[in-house]
Design a protein. Structure first.
Length: 83
């Protein structure tokens, strides 16, 4: 039988992992946005169509970041409600 303390320790370990995964996912999105900004700066200054496409991608990545935060918040909330 698992004690209450063991359950709490397990939940906190899961919480730590989830927070770490969220951080890693957001860092990946941020890195992608930075890379696109560099590409835009170097290659798209004379090409407005390419610049628009790159900005659209950056916007979509921003939406992804928002979704990532929401998904992990939902996971953490679910974890809080485990008994």
């Amino acid at each position: 039988m698992v004690s209450k303390l063991d359950e709490v320790i397990h939940r906190e370990k899961l919480r730590g992992k989830l927070l770490g995964y969220r951080k890693d996912c957001l860092a990946a999105v941020n890195t992608a946005q930075d890379m696109i900004a560099k590409i835009a700066k170097e290659l798209a200054t004379d090409n407005p169509d390419l610049l628009k496409k790159l900005l659209d991608i950056t916007d979509k990545l921003g939406d992804c970041a928002t979704d990532i935060v929401k998904i992990f918040e939902d996971c953490l909330t679910d974890l809080d409600h485990l008994n």
